[in-house]
Design a protein around this ligand. Sequence first.
Ligand code: G6Q
Length: 547
Amino acid sequence: MTNDTPDIAWQGLLEHRRQIESLHLRDLFATDPDRFARFSVETGALFLDYSKNLVTEETLTRLFGLARARGMEAAIASLFAGDRVNHTERRPALHMALRNRSQRPVMVDGVDVMPAVRDVLARMRTFAEAVRSGIAVGSGGSPYRTVVNIGIGGSDLGPLMVAEALKAFRGSGPDVRFVSNVDDTHLVETLRGVDPATTLFVVSSKTFTTQETMANAQSARAWIADALGDAAVPSHFAAVSTNLEATRTFGIPANRVFEFWDWVGGRYSLWSAIGLPIALAVGMDHFEALLAGAHALDEHFRTAPLERNLPVILGLIGVWNRNFLGCDTHAVLPYDQYLHRLPAYLQQLDMESNGKRVDRDGRPVGHATGPILWGEPGTNGQHAFFQLLHQGTSVVPADFMVAADGHHHLGRHHDLLLANCLAQSQALAFGKTAETAEAEMLQSGMAPEEARRLAPYRSFPGNRPSNTFVLPKLTPETLGALVAAYEHRVFVQSVIWNINPFDQWGVELGKQLANRLLPRLSGTPADSGEDSSTTGLVAKLRSLRPA
Ligand code: G6Q
């Protein structure tokens, strides 16, 4: 089969889509009182309501058929077996090994990687406990009060998102901050008011060659050396990398270097030593609880039948929305302030993984792949972009997520949060007809003519799909499960789309060009055969820069 000649399962779904085109979620709920029970799934503490999607039993049966036709069960087995599923880089994708809490070995090239994984976790524990308890100290003997992680992309977004999400678990840990942008503003503003004597930098970089991270690490090094002297540098740095040679050259003592491996993709690496800032922020017990939550979800994904498999269902509904309902974007709307960086994190996970246009055989795909993912926490989004979600001309499938219990219990805040979350998915699904809008206005005493005039503006089409995740509470375990569910959703979709979700060649070209343009901004002549726009912009910038 090629992607240009869709298989029977795909064609069947196209035909089915035409048949159910006129259905409205209002009717689907009205005719099936059990819809919520039938279209929801629970694993451990993670509950997913997917009933407010434009699907029927037949849609799902056909989607599971498509998954089987595309070899979903074998693909999942192959992922967990450590096969080189990242075929363009000839690597396995074994982030699940990092959180494997079972006694099962995980083999890479005939070697069980679990002893090395456990060894790094044990070293992380020793170091995190020493920092948090004040046993590990800076060059002048002061405990660390501030930890600054320097990394970018996968070496930033995951630990940052989790450290923010688990702030309630921080206890007496240090203040953990993150610097990623090569714009020096990020480093300067992060270090404002911070005491070098009580600061620990963690340089997080899989390759230890990333331009932005190395520039920030060198400036941080100079900041320590200027304040405390060169000899202080080793006491104020730790590193996380696969490149032990480069960390040594930078001058970071071996006992402060935490290793991971090339079978861990950057955006899948928060479970590795890249999670060190998380362990420093909330303690190793909580970091390991995060791993346990993700492992439980892995076990579910690995063993549950497709029909009861949460990431499979999530992934297939995404495929339905993308390929059969034509939705270009997907919104992630956490009703939880602690999850405020989750949309940014998932944006990388999803868009870097499935933003591909060539299939596993190197041919252009004949169908849409990953949607544009975006989002903001509710309720803030309601007062900003939800207008378009409700009444705009684009249909944007949305994922809501909310915890039954919050971490603070101020007045009725949490009840208000829950009510708003439920109200939004209800409004998206069921909308309000012009007739109802008009009747409501008449009832409120409005003149009939005015009510008729305003009815089109005050009606909502509804029929807009959404999922709702419910957690008992946002904890390390539930967060681990939620994130792992999204990781596996990405994989499920990649199998359907026949693309490699584990490489990211798309970020290379810009890096190459930046290196070429760097000397043009100063020194060498600005005009050296670039296109006229780039040449013009370089000249403009040069003319505006201080001499
Ligand atoms: C993620 C990508 C990318 C990567 C960064 C940082 O999957 O590979 O976001 O994480 O470019 O790379 P280093 O960790 O090597 O600095």
